[in-house]
Ligand binder design. Structure first.
Ligand SMILES: [Zn+2]
Length: 212
């Protein structure tokens, strides 16, 4: 059966290539995962609605350990936790060797915060995995708190985090519901920065620029 085309759809192979998921076996794994997440009705679909792209990327980042074909990265991926099977991707998207970029960006961020005599950073948005990854890679000297971007909550439950924070990051490219971000208005609050790009390095670089 032919699927109807629309400008609001993108071909799935193209979307996966943009994510760095290029080879056939990896694309197949990704498709099965997206179907399990309910982001497509069946794994062999040709196209996906454009608005689902960010959710698809988030789901695949959650579901797999992304590694490149580099020998060390393959070895590291074999030791992945059982819930996170390895997924072969292009090198710039590798979470193993790409990770050193995150660590050095976080180190620069720690230096910039220390120079500004700040330490308390609240991140609004991002998945649980990403938050764990940030804490794992972060050098000492940064205190982190995270607000789940998906779960709308009454303001009183967010107040103490908001008052505690010295820097508030709205991680806008991740799963971040407007009903959550609305509790952290950027207007009139110079602690709030919006980071439009995904990735830990991008977040760390934005904070470094903000406090520097
Ligand atoms: Zn790698």
């Amino acid at each position: 059966m032919l699927e109807r085309r629309s400008v609001n759809d993108i071909p799935i192979p193209q979307m996966l290539r943009e994510f760095g998921i290029a080879d056939g076996a990896s694309q197949q794994l990704a498709r099965e995962s997206l179907a399990e997440w309910g982001l497509m009705t069946r794994p062999n679909r040709q196209r996906i609605a454009r608005y689902k792209r960010d959710d698809a990327l988030e789901a695949l980042s959650e579901s797999f350990l992304w590694h490149c074909s580099n020998g060390d990265c393959r070895t590291a991926a074999r030791g992945a936790p059982p819930g996170t099977p390895p997924l072969l991707v292009e090198q710039p998207h590798c979470s193993v060797c790409g990770g050193s970029r995150d660590s050095s960006a976080l180190a620069r961020m720690a230096g910039a915060l220390a120079a500004a005599r700040l330490s308390r950073v609240l991140v609004v948005g991002g998945t649980e995995n990403k938050c764990r990854e940030i804490q794992g890679k972060s050098p000492g000297g940064i205190e982190w708190r995270f607000v789940d971007g998906k779960a709308a909550r009454p303001d009183r439950l967010l107040r103490s985090d908001r008052e505690w924070a010295e820097v508030i990051v709205l991680w806008a490219s991740t799963v971040l519901d407007h009903r959550v971000s609305a509790h952290f208005p950027a207007k009139g609050d110079d602690r709030v920065i919006t980071v439009p790009r995904r990735g830990i390095a991008a977040l760390a670089e934005a904070v470094t620029r903000h406090v520097g």
